[in-house]
Design a protein around this ligand. Sequence first.
Ligand code: EPU
Length: 305
Amino acid sequence: MDWKDALLNIVTQPSSRLRFEEPLAKHTYFGIGGEAAAYIEISTVSELAALARFHKQWNVPIAVIGRGSNLLVSDTGFKGIGVRLIGELAKLEVDGDVVSVGAGLSLPRLSKTMSRRGLSGVEFALGIPGSVGGALIMNAGAWGSSFGDVVTNVTVMNDAAEMIELTHAEAKFEYRHSGLDTYFCVTGATLRLEPGDVDTITERMQTFYKQKVETQPFAEENAGCMFKNPPGDSAGRLIDISGLKGYRIGGAEVSTVHGNFILNIDNATAADVLNLVAYIQQQVREKTGISLQTEVKRLGFDTKV
Ligand code: EPU
């Protein structure tokens, strides 16, 4: 039996899916990248535990790609298994002001549902197209709020397929970073939100969304902000004053709306994007003395995978 046969035994639920040689471009907002050796949509904790045991036994690389909103996949693809969490792993349960949310749920869905329930704290998230799991690992944020701020506990699965509940402190949230990517998989979180008026919360959420649409590109394929902000400044502003808006390499272009977004405007390759990233870093360093660090996650660039 090879690892592909073994994988067939793991995906057992009717709502779960398994495909081999799956193009990852269609699972990322960038619309870029080659095939994954396999792609799974997994819907139960027990299947996920089986996948962790499979991983230990076969040592095939596994990457939870969430909604692929902050991800650049290599042109040669990923010689491993891309995973998306759905079903039981994307659940949403509300008990008063305590919300239990699965890592597979999308942030916009969470934001909209909470506004309808009159719970405040995630209004900022309507314009962030990622999954809760990705938002936990990246400590995603906008408009002065970060996802980690409302999180009391995080549940993760370790390499031994055990579920562990971490406290807020143990999750080690920082600006666009956490300590959560050391585990096999982040499975969900408990949030404490603030009860409030439905109309006020909805209006706040819509105001943030309007602000996003006015200041950030949304029509073209992109992966959100490409670089982290250096302390006390905006990467977008630095790219802007370095005269790089509209600069293009191959099919990748620096947005003319917001300098920190790279757009796939014409069948860009991952190589186009990385060449543009390197050019931006070099130009911004030359013009401002600041070294920009990327925020977008990469998959498949390691020679082994
Ligand atoms: N600015 C420019 N030119 C540009 C872009 C921005 O001059 O091309 C100026 C703006 O006019 C403003 C300042 O820079 O005075 C800050 O800009 P903005 O409010 O757009 O915020 P940002 O610091 O560039 C951050 C987050 C975004 C988040 C926005 C809104 C990072 C890397 N970026 O951007 O998050 O949506 O604030 O809160 O932290 C992301 O993480 O993917 C992302 C897009």
